[in-house]
Design a protein around this ligand. Structure first.
Ligand code: ATP
Ligand code: MG
Length: 558
């Protein structure tokens, strides 16, 4: 096995290996990713996507994309579309057409009729509250619904009239007739069908006024599609006996094997569509693709690459153990990717004007800079240099605060990255005593390299004032202040900081939406990809650099 194969190996792949060795399913592997289109996909879904599509790829099988769309009033076509976009963006291809459980509504209906005819399902007239009350609890067995003893003929008649729209919502449901005393609550005559008037289903329109329940639909949809390995999260373990019962009691000759694995939880964020929907609907974030969201759309807009998310899913692995992954794991995946692939640029986030008193005011030099310190294939670019520059306010102190501070101080020297060594001769302040400008001189002999014997340790970034592009930069921090947030009281009030008037290398005006860069010494950033009403270019910080100073110091030594 290659290293990659070892890192991807998991208990599910071991089961599949055994199944193939035993020629189960004639050696075929068919998986599916079955989202409900009631929200955008999040990083937890990415785990399931990488698992299902990854297995299909590696075993030369197929993975279906099937929407489990049984709950029309929470679903819509925007979600259907975003889910397809996100799966494709992650780099996966589904086998054949996009599928919908609603494709099978007629067949599902017929299976319900089959169960009723066999006395294995019945129409129940209890209301929702009564159904709950009759179900009993973990210590008390349930009570039979009066409908349980209704004749097959009457059940068939009522079900037909439910379908025909004769009854109001909630008047009747269809339930499986299993065991009201089962220790597994899912087996206490679960509901199979309910009445829902007045909703327009995104696929079937107004054709139906009865809708099958998820637990009825899901195993049958899997079986109809010939799924061999139905992979789902642990909360469905207790539903497996019901799924098995259903497939054993209808005339279908396929019985997918369900295997459960643990959900992904990530620190400092939430991972349920209900909670994410709440963040969006209450305006705590600016939509599903807000760069602070753990959604695929949010991560994409934040600057994550598909490869980094797939790498993350490989690193966290697949087990049955509940776990919460540190945000640092996700961050290090994108850092590793962008460190290798992102072009470098200089951007001054918090500008301080520098005037070079010994450099001709009308002169511009085009200095050459490598786009990547290790990878020559990313090429070089020209950077204009002139007498008026911007440096970052954090890179200047009037008085050296400690020995470690290697940046510019009054009377001290610093190297401008890719350019000259400058000395700060004078500090200009406004009437309130705020520093508004530095007067500096440059050493023409220092372009690109330190002359022999000269010790200038600090290197800072800069841009030429008259050539610079002004931009807004959004800095993101964790969405919640608590690693295991409970509700919006745990939201981080400082999860986004918007910097205006940042000064960038001018060619960043041509950055494509979503294009990623390392802003040297600051982190990884991408051009915002949302339609932009105001004319100012916007960049989003994807992630900070691991260790800014160690890196700069190291580069300086070489
Ligand atoms: P949520 O709890 O976020 O609403 P869900 O399970 O209701 O998620 P579905 O659309 O039903 O959302 O999920 C599609 C698939 O993704 C399911 O097979 C589900 O098990 C899987 N999935 C959802 N959340 C996670 C997660 N956090 N980790 C791994 N897999 C997940
Ligand atoms: Mg679900």
């Amino acid at each position: 096995m290659s290293n990659e194969e070892i890192s991807r190996s998991n208990f599910i792949r071991q089961i599949i290996d055994e199944d193939i060795a035993n020629n189960k399913n004639n050696g075929a592997v068919v998986t599916r990713f079955p989202p409900e289109p009631n929200g955008y996909l999040h990083i937890g879904h990415a785990k399931s996507i990488c698992l299902n599509f990854g297995i299909a790829e590696d075993y030369k099988g197929q993975c279906h994309l099937r929407f489990d769309d049984t709950n029309p009033h929470k679903e819509n076509i925007e979600f259907v579309k975003s889910i397809q976009d996100d799966v494709s963006w992650l780099g996966f291809e589904w086998g054949g057409e996009v599928l919908f459980s609603s494709n099978y509504f007629e067949q599902l209906h017929d299976y319900a009729v089959e169960l009723i005819k066999a006395g294995k399902a019945y129409v129940c007239d209890l209301n929702a509250e009564q159904v709950r009350e009759y179900r009993g609890n973990l210590t008390q067995p349930g009570k039979d619904s009066p409908g349980r003893s209704r004749s097959v003929e009457d059940n068939l008649d009522l079900f037909a009239r439910m379908r025909a729209g004769e009854f109001e919502d909630g008047a009747y449901v269809v339930r499986a007739r299993i065991d009201m005393a089962s220790p597994n609550m899912n087996m206490r005559d679960p509901t199979l069908y309910r009445i829902r008037h007045g909703v327009v289903h995104h696929q079937t329109g107004e054709e139906w006024c009865i809708y099958p329940m998820y637990d009825f639909t899901h195993p049958i949809s899997d079986a109809l599609e010939g799924i061999t390995h139905s992979l789902c999260t642990l909360e469905f373990e207790d539903h497996r006996p019901l799924y098995d019962w259903l497939l054993d009691n209808i005339s279908i000759d396929c019985h997918p094997q369900q295997i459960e694995f643990s959900r992904l939880n990530l620190e400092y964020t939430v991972m349920s569509k209900r909670k994410l929907t709440h963040l969006v609907s209450e305006g705590h974030v600016d939509g599903w693709d807000d760069p602070r969201m753990p959604t695929i759309a949010g991560l994409r807009r934040r600057g994550f690459t598909p490869a980094s998310i797939r790498d993350f899913c490989d690193r966290i692995g697949v087990t049955k153990a509940d776990n919460t992954v540190e945000m640092g794991v996700l961050e290090s995946c994108i850092r590793d990717d962008l460190n290798a692939s992102a072009s470098r640029r200089m951007v001054v986030l918090n500008p301080l004007k520098v005037v070079l008193t010994d450099y001709a005011a009308d002169k511009t030099e085009q200095l050459e800079a490598a786009n990547h310190p290790q990878d020559d294939s990313l090429g070089t670019r020209k950077i204009p240099f002139s007498s008026e520059l911007y440096i970052d306010r954090d890179d200047f102190m009037e008085v050296k605060p400690n020995k470690k501070f290697k940046r510019l101080v009054t009377g001290g020297e610093v190297r401008l990255r890719n350019a000259y060594v400058i000395r700060c001769d004078e500090v200009i302040k406004d009437e309130q005593g705020n520093i508004i400008e530095l007067r500096c001189s440059h050493d023409a002999a220092t372009l690109g390299a330190n002359p022999e014997g000269r010790k200038v340790k600090g290197v800072i970034h800069w841009v030429s004032a008259k050539h610079a592009l002004e931009a807004n930069v959004h800095l993101y921090d964790r969405l919640y202040t608590s690693p295991n947030p409970s509700d919006e009281t745990d939201l981080n009030p400082d999860s986004v900081q918007i910097l205006t008037g940042c000064q960038c290398e001018a060619d960043l005006a041509n950055a494509r939406p979503g294009e990623r860069f390392q802003f040297e010494r600051e982190g990884y950033f991408c051009r915002d990809s949302a339609p932009n009403e105001d004319a100012v270019v916007r960049f989003n910080r994807t992630v900070t650099l691991r260790d800014t100073w160690a890196k700069i110091e190291q580069e300086n030594k070489t």
